[in-house]
Design a protein around this ligand. Structure first.
Ligand code: ZN
Length: 304
């Protein structure tokens, strides 16, 4: 097998996970989880988003989290933004990394925004310029590149033209986000191979939800194609507002456990991570989609 010797995992639970919970976490709880993640070895963390607090009340305190955690060196803390107001909030609270998002679904974008995905991305130019002027790095995400509830399969060409729209506004770090949980491994392999060959200047991230139990297989397929950066969420929290029955992101402890067992370095202490994920499950007070929280590590089974 063609496997990397190490991978980077971004913890997205504080954003993708918590924004789908009805319970709103206290700022102090979020700070405790974020510092715990850093202590467990995470070098990339998506802390929150700068959306309207009316629309996403769970993320209203993202500014405060950045103010409290900005001083920590060697960890990239990023936030999701959607508009100029978002980048202004990033500047004001000292956030150094923002992520934009567009849906690969033309029908979805046209119905909601009356624009094609390419037009949406072209409209990000002003935001990107403001961010860069303030020393803030910008990455871009494309959701549902592997299939959407609106049109089913996504043609490769339409994903490529969105990638090109991002490159045109100066964004060279791009995440492919299977929010609908429709990706399958052979498709992931061919998409990742094609994208890396065609756009070698892009730093790729893959973001899988485990809606139909295929996230781990998709991560393996992406690694086979040379991808080494993945998002995941503690305890497997998360969802997708447009997809009925969508379960969470693939769980961080499941991913780190698989990497550990395969001898692929993550830099993350699985025991510390499991303790944090247990805490998360306690706070949300419902069962979550995490195999390791249910079954424990394989290593813990071995009788001495
Ligand atoms: Zn997601």
């Amino acid at each position: 097998m063609n496997l990397p010797s190490k991978v980077t995992i971004c913890e997205v639970g504080l954003r993708d996970g918590l924004q789908n919970e009805t319970k709103i976490f206290q700022t102090s709880e979020k700070l405790e989880l974020a510092t715990g993640l850093i202590a467990a070895g995470f070098k990339v963390i998506e802390l929150g988003s700068f959306m309207s607090p009316k629309a996403v009340p769970q993320m209203a305190d993202t500014d405060k989290l950045f103010q409290d955690l900005n001083h920590i060196d060697g960890v990239e803390l990023r936030a999701l933004i959607a508009n100029k107001k978002g980048v202004e909030r990033a500047i004001n609270c000292g956030c150094r990394k923002v992520k934009l998002n567009v849906s690969a679904s033309r029908q979805h974008n046209l119905a909601n925004l009356n624009m094609t995905p390419e037009e949406s991305v072209a409209g990000f130019e002003e935001i990107v310029n403001i961010a860069l002027q303030h020393g803030i790095e910008v990455s871009g995400s494309i959701s549902m590149p592997f299939g959407s509830p609106w049109e089913g399969d996504m043609p490769l060409e339409s994903v490529q033209s969105i990638v090109e729209a991002y490159l045109n506004v100066g964004v060279t770090e791009i995440s492919l986000s299977d929010a609908s949980g429709m990706a399958v491994p052979n498709q992931v392999y061919s998409m990742c191979s094609n994208m890396q060959e065609r756009y070698p200047q892009v730093k790729w991230w893959l973001h899988f939800h485990n809606t139909r139990g295929m996230a781990m297989a998709n991560i393996l397929a992406a690694m086979q194609a040379g991808i080494t950066q993945f998002d995941s969420s503690f305890a497997g929290l998360g969802g997708c507002p447009f997809v009925p029955g969508a379960t969470g992101n693939v769980s961080s402890e499941d991913v780190v456990h698989m990497m550990d067992e395969m001898g692929i370095e993550t830099g993350i202490d699985i025991e510390k991570l499991i303790e944090l994920s247990k805490k998360v499950r306690q706070i949300v007070d419902h069962d979550t989609d995490s195999y390791i929280l249910k079954a424990g590590r394989s290593k813990d089974l071995i009788r001495k």
